[in-house]
Each structure stands twice: as C-alpha cells, then as structure tokens.
Design a protein around this ligand. Structure first.
Ligand code: ZN
Ligand code: MN
Length: 472
C-alpha cells in the first residue's frame, strides 16, 4: 500500500520583550536564580489584575503579519483551564475563538521546488513555569511563568519530516527578521509540537493523528517525526492503524516516543473569555501601518541577492539568514563597491573571525577597502591584510592602514617601465621564446616584475607595459 505522511506543527516562540505578557517582571530570566523574576500577577495571587504588554502585542502581530497572516481588527483573550504545578493561576491566558491573526502562508524551498505551507492562526498566550524533577521531589521555577509567547499553528500541509524541519527553520528566520523573537532553541525560546498521521495515497480524509509534544530542537523534531512515520507505517502495513488520537512525548536519549495520554483522557480546557482583559482592537490604519513595517523576508532577500546582486547561492543563503549579517552587508553595499565582491570579503575575511562583531569593524571599512582594490590601488591580498588590521584597530581607516604598511600598488608608469626593461634585459632567452610563440613566458616576466617591485606594482599595468615592449 502506498502511504502518504501528513504533518502539521504548533510552534511556540517567546517574544523578545523587556517584560512579561501581563506584568512588569523581567522577561529575560536566562541564567538567573529561580523565582526571582516573579510578582503577584504572574504568581496568580488572589486579586491580581493582568495588563496587556503593548510591546508583546506589537511584536506578536508583526510576527503574524510576517507569516502572511491577516491581522484581525477584533480579538480577545480566553482562559484555558488546567491544573498543573507549573501553572500558578490554574489557567493559561490564551486566545481561543478570536485570535489576533489567521490564514497565513509561508514559502519553503525544497529540492523539488518551492512549496507554500498554510498557517492556520497565530495567537498570543503566556507561558507556564518550569519544573525540574529530582530524586528528592520536583522543583518549581516560576521565572518563565507569564512570559509572552506566540503560538503558530500550521495547516497539515507537510508531507515528510524533512519538510516539517525546513518549515520550522524558515519560521525561525522570519521571526528573527522582524525582531519578534530570537527563537533561540538552546534557550528554549522556540519549541514544537508536531501532529502526524498517514493515509493511503489518493485518500482525502485524515486519520487519527499522534501529537508529539515539546520538541525543543530541529534535530529532535526530525528524529521524532521519522520515528513516528516508521511506527505508523508498520501499523498500516499490519492492517491496524491507530483508531484514536494520542499524545506522546519524545525521549531524546532513547530516541523513541512515550504515550502521555490517549483520547479518553484528553484535556477539557473549559475555555471562557478572560474577564480581566479588554478585547484587542486595531483600526484599518493601524493594521496598514503594521504591514508597512514588515521588512523584506529571508527567502525574498536570498533571491534578490542571487538575482540582482549576483551573489552565489551559498553566499546569499548565509548572509540572508540573520539580521546581524545582512544589516552589515547591505550597509556596506550602500556605501559603495560591487556587492558580490563585498560579500566575498565579508564572508572570507571578516566572518573568519568569530568575534568579528566585537572588533568594531564597520561597513564603511569593508566598502573603503574594496574600493581601494577596485581602483587598483591595492592587491587582493593587501585588501585582506587591511581588513584584518582594521579588526585589530577599528579607529583607523582603510586608507591609513594602506599608507602605514606601504601596501599601495605602484601605478607610476615610469617606474613600472623601468622594472619591465630590466627584467627583459636579464631574461633575453625568455623574450626570444615569447616572440617565437611560447606565450607562457609572459607569466614568468610578470612574476619577475612583481617580485622586483615587492608586490607593489599594479598587475594590469605591468601586463600592459610588457605587451607594449614585446610589440616594439
Ligand atoms: Zn510578574
Ligand atoms: Mn499553546
């Protein structure tokens, strides 16, 4: 039986805000003492009143808009009730029937061509705390309780684990591009739940799915999905595909899934409107302004780099990936110089240093250096030397380094002529060979002149001088 894989994702990403979603506690609790970023609101004390963080709302809708979603003029918050020690209020404040946005799409690049994946909805909600299970009991840290999340729900449009991973990576890039989230997997800023089912090819209906909860790396996402595909394929081939929806967890060390709950014990969240928060509304103009703020997205950027700026695929992919890289690159291109060559210097020289951002090197430095090279004032190797020197001392200009180190190429034709004359006089047999048709000798003469000038002669001018003399 030929089977088709159906995958949908739910992605939670923490918004990069100063404070939590409904209180003024610090949102950045990475590496701090447990339970030191808490207050009565995020601890759910009786009588507390949540207030919506405007920055979180703005970043949430910008993220949603970048995922192609329609921003809704009216949305509201709802309580999602469940009881668990990581949730001090006993309910999560989320959005149920009226999310901030819906109906988006994201384009991904696959080997066989591009594909559009539908985004069902993007909504805002607060996160729960973190539990650490030890031999002596469970420890609760509420620093994360109340931090702002966007939940991104996709359509079941993916047909392989690899497609799901590609989409997850693309969404990470998009969230970073708009500055909605750092989407840092290592810090738990982005997590996935994946739903997967299979069906015979040609069948239109969907079969009961398995939901894999809390995958916190791209590799775990891929591995868990591959594991489930194998498992479900076996069940289908044995004639006993799952007849009910189940929720499983992924055990990274054992590389297998574990049943968390089946349909009978599925949660009833008893959603109801959050009475302490007013609905969120946007005017048409506000929505238009949000859309106008969305910058060029990673895939479009990559294609523009390849098509308009003539970068290679690999260069474009690398630079378009993160704001630190493309902001620097585009700024250098704006200052002048051929984009393709700026990309070359940037990637091969500047990025060769992992601490390049701390060196103080500027787009102006890269542009100036390239222009010196393009004008024939310095050689390619001198350009590298200058950039490396600028990363040691970024107070200087490219020109100052060139002068200090005597890297300027000689373009004085009198001096070049004299060197060429001398080299030709010293190598009469080579000159005779060239005149007899052995062109290879020209490279030899060229090398001798460069050596005599200690690398300072401008190679095209040397070549010109040699050809002129051979022809007279
Ligand atoms: Zn708080
Ligand atoms: Mn959620």
């Amino acid at each position: 039986m030929e089977l088709e894989v159906i995958i949908g994702l739910e992605i939670h990403a923490q918004l990069s805000t100063k404070t939590k979603l409904f209180c003024s506690c610090d949102n950045d609790a990475f590496g701090v003492q447990p339970n030191t970023r808490v207050c009565p609101v995020c601890m759910g004390f009786p009588g507390m009143l949540p207030v919506l963080n405007a920055e979180a709302l703005r970043k949430g809708v910008e993220g949603a808009a970048a995922l192609g979603c329609t921003i809704k003029p009216f949305s509201k918050f709802d309580r999602k009730n469940y009881f668990y020690p990581d949730l001090p209020t006993g309910y999560q404040i989320s959005q149920f029937d009226q999310p901030i946005s819906e109906h988006g799409e994201v384009e991904i690049e696959l080997e066989g061509g591009n594909k559009i994946i539908g985004i069902t909805r993007v909504h805002l909600e607060n996160d729960a705390g973190k539990l650490t299970h030890t031999v002596n009991g469970t420890l609760c840290d509420y620093n994360r309780a109340g931090t702002p999340l966007v939940e991104i729900v996709t359509e079941p449009d993916m047909r392989s684990p690899e497609e799901a991973q590609t989409l997850a990576k693309e969404i990470q890039k998009i969230l970073r591009t708009v500055g909605a989230s750092t989407a840092d997997m290592e810090k738990g800023m982005m997590r996935f739940d994946a739903s997967i089912s299979m069906r015979p090819v040609g069948d239109e209906k969907l079969y009961p799915r398995t939901e894999i909860k809390n995958l916190n790396s791209f590799s775990a996402l891929l591995k868990a999905l591959k594991y489930e595909v194998k498992k479900q394929r076996k069940a289908w081939e044995a004639g006993s595909p799952s007849t009910q929806e189940v929720t499983v967890g992924w055990l990274d060390d054992k590389e297998e899934t574990k049943l968390l709950r089946d349909k009978e014990s599925a949660m009833d969240y008893r959603y109801f409107p959050e009475p302490d928060l007013p609905p969120v509304t946007f005017t048409e103009k506000e929505i238009k302004d949000i859309l106008a703020r969305i910058p060029e997205l990673p895939l479009a950027k990559k294609h523009r780099y390849i098509n308009d700026l003539k970068l290679t695929d690999a260069e474009a992919l690398k630079i378009a990936e993160s704001p630190e890289l493309y902001d620097f690159f585009e700024s250098a291109v704006d200052k002048g110089g051929e984009a393709r060559k700026i990309a070359g210097l940037f990637l091969s020289v500047v990025l060769a240093r992992t601490d390049w951002q701390k060196t103080g090197i500027t787009p102006q430095h890269v542009s100036d250096t390239l222009i010196l090279q393009t004008e024939g004032k310095i050689s390619a190797s001198a350009a590298k030397e200058i950039l490396n020197a600028l990363m040691e001392d970024s107070e200087k200009t490219a020109k100052e380094i060139m002068e200090e180190r005597g890297l300027e190429q000689k373009s004085d034709s009198g001096e070049i002529d004299a060197w060429v004359d001398q080299v030709m006089k010293e190598n009469p047999e080579v000159v005779a060979d060239i005149k007899a048709g052995k062109d290879k000798g020209i490279q030899f003469l060229m090398g001798q002149v460069m050596k005599m000038s200690r690398g300072s002669a401008n190679p095209p001018l040397v070549m010109q001088a040699i050809n002129k003399k051979l022809n007279t």
